[in-house]
Each structure stands twice: as C-alpha cells, then as structure tokens.
Ligand binder design. Structure first.
Ligand SMILES: Cc1cc2nc3c(=O)[nH]c(=O)nc-3n(C[C@H](O)[C@H](O)[C@H](O)COP(=O)(O)OP(=O)(O)OC[C@H]3O[C@@H](n4cnc5c(N)ncnc54)[C@H](O)[C@@H]3O)c2cc1C
Length: 396
C-alpha cells in the first residue's frame, strides 16, 4: 500500500509496532517455511530474482525479503510505534500512538488477520497438569515436555506442527475438523502454480456465491519443504500420528471428539478431486496435456473404522495440548464503529462503511489470494485508487 500511495503522490506514513516484518520475526515457529513458492511472493515492482524460484523461503529469508522491499521503495515506516487508538475526528482520524498523535484524512488498517490465536471455549476445562501452548507461542519441540501431545486443528499450521512434534519423539494425536486437502505437486507442477495459472487465485470476492463462508474456510493443508512433499493426513498417519475428530468438549478430565472424522475427510477428498478436475480441464483447454505429467489422484484419506471419541487427559499419556485452531485479528485499539458482532471489520472488498477507512490483508478481501503476500499488490492498487478519488472528492 505504501508503494501504491507513493506512486499516486499521496503523502503517508506507515506505523509499525515492531520492526519491518514484525509478524515473521516474532510470531512464527523456528522451522517454518512459506508454503508459497519463491516466485509467488510478488510485490508491486519487486519479485524474486534468485536461482531457486520453486523453493520456499525460511523465516530469515522472508524477513530479509520484506526488509529489502521497504528499503527499495523508501517506505516511510515509523518502527517501534504502537497504535493505541484510531478514532474519527474532524472528517478524518486521530491516531494515538505510544510515541505521539497523528492526524490523517484516511487510514488503511493493515494490522494483519492473525494477531491472536483462536482457542476454542473447551480450553477452559483442560485439567491441571496438562501444559497448553498456541501456535503463536510455539517455537520448536524442545519447548514441550516429553510425552504425548494433542494437536487441535489440521490445516496448514496443525499438520506442519503435528509432523514436527511427532518426529521429535513426542507421540501426537491430531484432532481434525473441516480441512482443505491438496497435493504439493500435481502433474509435475506446484499446486500454487496451477492455482495461479488457472486464475483461481484471482477469483474476485464479488464473483463467489457465499463470500462469508469462503472467507471462513481453513487454509490449504500445505507445507513448503525442500523435498516438496505432500503433508496430508495420510502422510501423518504413515509416521504414526493418530487421527481423531473435532474436539467437542472436555468433561471430567476426558477430551470428547465428534464423530465427524470420516465425513470431514471424505468431504476434503471430494473437494480436492474437484479442484484437480478443474485443473485437468484447464490444462486440456490450454493445450498443456503434452507438456505436463498425466492426471493422477491421491489415495483417499485413510481413517480407522471407529476412531476414538474420547481421550483420557489424566493418565499422563498426554502432556501438552497445542491449539492450532486458527487465528483472529485484534481490533481492541479501533474506535471507529465498523465491527460486526463477531468483532470483525465490516467491509466491501476492503472499503469500510466509514468514509476514508480501508482494510487490507484479510482472507478473500478482494480476491482469493488476498491473504497471501502475493495478493497484497493487486488489492493495494485497487484500494489506493479508491482512496485517492475519495481524497480528491473530499477536497473539491
Ligand atoms: C503461520 C502463518 C503462515 C503463513 N504462511 C504464508 C505463506 O506461506 N505465504 C504467504 O503468502 N502468506 C502466508 N501467511 C499469511 C501472511 O502472514 C500474510 O500474507 C501477510 O502476513 C499479510 O501481511 P500483513 O502485512 O497484512 O499482516 P501482518 O504480516 O500480520 O503484519 C501486520 C503488522 O501490523 C503490525 N501491527 C499490528 N497491530 C499494530 C498496532 N496496534 N500498532 C502498530 N503496528 C501494529 C504488526 O506488528 C505487523 O507487523 C502466513 C500466515 C501465518 C499466520
């Protein structure tokens, strides 16, 4: 957004409570690599120039990439400055920070979709003696006691952490709810390549049937590893991770799981095969069938015939529960009345109902790719155009 505002000669400042790339510096686990390939993190006027376009950046590489971008575009970043409140004032906004007060005509909220770990209400009933950790606090397996771990959530975060923790010698039980399965590589190409080439990533928020539902969909079960391996539930079962259903409650020291595991897995298999079918059709229509490998399908997700519906949390077998049950934004500092009853900002493709207030970086904000680094550029172009015309209208 800063780069787009500069291009449009809009005077602005970027306020950041940490250093540039703060979320990647302070809120991610040690072994994390992007699940999007290097070529895919395209920012306005800045792409990948290295010799490994299909690799996946580790955290130091992501931090270096974003820091360099801020330097190249001369972004006017005020680092180590926390916004304490943003409130309407005199047809614009007053922004109170721990380093002073700013006044502005327009404001773009780009504080991220993942500020706080979302933990289900059942967490309140976890028996004493079981350690709990969220995916935001988790750094590496050494931080956990020896012994079994219940990982709750089986999307990108949960599957990656279940894999790492189980391989560290701590037996993992994985609680699986609704999830989206995908192969890492399909017909010889990265799944992200297909989603980009077919235009799926560019699908717009006003073109989908039920945008509220799509915005709530969990992330693809994907991991970026040098071997480009598929990390799905079958891969986890193969190393010994035990699959159970979605956590429904904890009573008298026992975790209870819903009986929906078979259904959730069957649904994920069905949707994955539908996605691969769409890709196959597109490949044929675009004359790619000879250039890429033949179509293939992954085996269905294997689930034991009667997965356990309960797990004793008091017999010492489970020592830790790791909540990988999603994230939510934190708007505790926002004093503009734009929140819905779930505490999320109401918006139309990033344009809020409050004149001059914009939003970035949310799931499917304007396009399917909006919450990816790669999606920021197109959204920023659209929203900075809108912002500029708003400023012009307001001053005429
Ligand atoms: C575990 C995980 C893995 C991910 N993997 C990928 C991936 O592989 N590829 C990909 O493209 N995307 C990935 N993403 C999504 C990626 O984080 C987002 O695309 C990207 O971070 C969005 O950038 P953003 O600047 O909108 O939000 P953020 O990166 O969250 O940045 C928000 C910034 O706002 C600052 N901030 C927040 N509140 C305040 C305040 N009150 N005052 C001042 N500053 C504040 C924060 O310090 C932070 O620096 C992942 C996300 C998570 C959580």
């Amino acid at each position: 957004m800063s780069r787009c505002l500069t291009e449009r000669s809009v005077d602005h400042v970027v306020i950041e409570r940490g250093e540039v790339a703060n979320s990647w510096r302070t809120e991610r686990w040690d072994s994390l690599r992007l699940l999007t390939p290097n070529w895919q993190s395209r920012l306005p006027g800045f792409g990948y120039e290295g010799d490994d376009p299909d690799g996946y950046r580790n955290m130091p590489e992501v931090i270096a990439f974003l820091t360099r971008y801020a330097q190249v575009i001369s972004a006017p970043v005020e680092t180590n400055t926390s916004v304490m409140s943003l409130a309407p004032a005199d047809g614009g906004f007053v922004v109170t920070t721990d380093k002073g007060v700013w006044r502005c005509r327009t404001a773009v909220i780009a504080t991220g979709a993942c500020n706080v770990a979302r933990v289900p209400a059942v967490a309140a009933a976890v028996p004493p003696g079981i350690a709990t950790v969220t995916s935001m606090d988790y750094r590496n397996p050494r931080q956990l006691d020896e012994g079994g771990v219940l990982v709750v959530g089986a999307s990108a975060t949960g599957t990656q952490l279940a894999d790492e923790i189980h391989r560290s010698g701590r037996p993992v039980t994985l609680s699986v709810g609704e999830h989206v399965r995908a192969p890492r590589v399909y017909r010889g190409k990265d799944i992200q390549w297909w989603m980009d080439a077919t235009g799926l990533h560019d699908e717009r928020y006003d073109e989908v049937d039920d945008i509220d539902r799509v915005r709530r969909l969990p992330s693809l079960q994907l991991a970026g590893s040098p071997e480009r391996r598929t990390l799905d539930l079958n891969a986890l079962s193969a190393i010994g991770v035990r699959l159970v259903g979605r956590i429904a409650g904890i009573a008298e020291g026992k975790a209870q799981f819903s009986g929906s595991l078979h259904n959730n897995c069957a649904m994920a298999d069905l949707k994955m095969n539908r996605l691969l079918g769409t890709i196959d059709e597109w490949a044929t229509q675009n004359g790619l069938d000879r250039e890429v490998d033949a179509p293939h399908r992954l085996p269905p997700t294997e689930v034991e015939s009667t997965p356990p519906l309960g797990l004793d949390l008091t017999n010492g077998k489970i020592r830790t529960i790791l909540w990988a049950s999603g994230y939510r934004p934190d708007y505790s500092w926002l004093e503009v009345p734009v929140l819905d009853r779930k505490g999320l900002i109401r918006h139309d493709g990033g344009i809020t109902a409050h004149p001059g207030l914009y939003l970035m970086g949310m799931q499917f904000l304007r396009r399917r790719k909006s919450a990816l680094i790669d999606g920021a550029g197109d959204d920023a172009r659209d929203l900075s155009d809108h912002l500029l015309s708003y400023l012009r209208r307001a001053s005429s």
